[in-house]
Design a protein around this ligand. Structure first.
Ligand code: GDD
Ligand code: MN
Length: 368
């Protein structure tokens, strides 16, 4: 029988904790091949959450309690992970809120996905069958829905629909390998960081629909301003896609700058200047993408692979030059020359960026 530990972080959940723990162990009765354990990680709640859990644990050997200092949700989870990886050594670890916003009855669907080979299962509120509460205020709805879209586009990973919900089942080895990268994310943003790391490690991520209900007791501890700021900062620091766009802008500047110097100042032939400037931009793009944007899939120097990939990169880049030349020529032929720069910007945004990003991922910096 495989072991699964459900981590429930708590801060002032005295009115909920009993209920949620009871419901989880009810669910165990219908699960044959998994041994469920619950670890409550309490951050020094001033209400009597810990006493309640302590009492319950006396009669339940599968219920555990870890007390920590109040240093944020991410910190509480990391301490919980460290604790169970060393002691209980489960096959999978669940994340789940204490306030019954997450329904323990969904647990078997998570386990089912794991049995079918998933490494990381997300309870999603944004796929068919899942939902956010009707009675959430318009700001909270907007914050959640729009936030998830920003993250999906920020990472250019549209396949995962819910990056922020804290209802998940994750294989222990993924958590173990991600731990060193999670140290700095003490708040709610840690959820985004963990998923991003798992995807970069090549984890098989899948989703099940969950209905998120608003808590009845106690109150939310989320600090929306801080959460938004930290999430945007995280995306900016770690999104390959955003770095790829920045690299593109640098490449454009190099191309333009060198052309200008050669043509205007050195009076070199236009064809030669253009050839040199374009190739310099291609080299810069290749190196910056390799060592920065796609550093988690870095091609190593000296390997055969490196030169071959550089050659492929040149082909893909020549493709963008051809597409741009044809596109701008066609657009100006149809609509006149007046707004040529708008056509150029549109072609870069809607054709060149997706074209290069997809081909880089498929041909050069392949997913693990
Ligand atoms: N140990 C500990 N320490 N637990 C905490 C802390 C902390 O500093 N802060 C919050 N928690 C616990 C709460 O007691 C609750 O069990 C769970 O974390 C979620 O906190 P809520 O305060 O209920 O957050 P929410 O419902 O507003 O947050 C929802 O949205 C987040 C972002 O989308 C939930 O779905 C979260 O799972 C989700 O990450
Ligand atoms: Mn909640």
């Amino acid at each position: 029988m495989r072991k699964a530990v459900i981590i429930i972080p708590t801060y002032n959940e005295a009115k909920n904790i009993n209920n949620v723990v009871e419901k989880i162990f009810q669910v165990q009765k219908n699960i044959k091949n998994w041994d469920l354990h619950v670890l409550v990680v309490d951050s020094d709640s001033p209400d009597n959450t810990t006493d309640i859990v302590g009492e319950l644990a006396k009669n339940n050997k599968n219920l555990h309690l870890l007390k920590t200092d109040k240093k944020g949700l991410g910190k509480a989870y990391v301490e919980g992970f460290n604790y169970i990886i060393d002691t209980l050594k489960p096959f999978i670890i669940f994340e789940m809120d204490a306030d019954l916003s997450h329904n323990p009855q969904d647990i078997p669907s998570f386990l089912n996905k794991i049995e079918k080979g998933a490494d990381f299962v997300i309870g999603s509120r944004y796929i068919s069958g899942g939902s956010i509460p009707e009675d959430w205020g318009i700001e909270r709805k907007f914050f959640s829905v729009f936030g998830n879209w920003i993250i999906r586009f920020g990472f250019m990973n549209l396949r995962v629909t819910d990056w922020t919900n804290g209802f998940r089942a994750i294989k222990t080895w993924i958590i173990k390998e991600s731990l060193p990268k999670l140290e700095n994310y003490t708040g709610y943003v840690f959820q985004v960081a963990l998923l991003d790391n798992a995807l970069k490690m090549g984890a098989r991520v899948s989703e099940i629909p969950v209905v998120f209900v608003d808590r009845r007791e106690g109150e939310s501890k989320i600090n929306s301003g801080q959460y938004t700021f930290e999430t945007l900062l995280y995306i900016f620091q770690y999104s390959s896609f955003i770095k790829f766009v920045i690299v593109g802008v640098i490449g454009f500047t190099i191309d333009f700058g060198i052309s200008y110097l050669f043509i205007e100042i050195a009076h070199t032939a236009v064809w030669l200047s253009t050839l040199i400037s374009t190739e310099m931009a291609i080299i810069s793009n290749f190196l910056l993408n390799n060592f920065w944007s796609f550093s988690h899939k870095k091609l190593k120097h000296g390997e055969n692979n490196f030169l071959w990939s550089f050659f492929k990169f040149n082909l893909v880049s020549s493709g963008s030059i051809i597409i741009q030349t044809l596109g701008v020529s066609l657009a100006t032929a149809f609509f006149g020359r007046e707004f040529w720069y708008i056509y150029k910007i549109a072609i870069i945004t809607f054709i060149i960026i997706p074209y290069s990003y997809i081909l880089y991922n498929k041909l050069i910096w392949k997913d693990k």
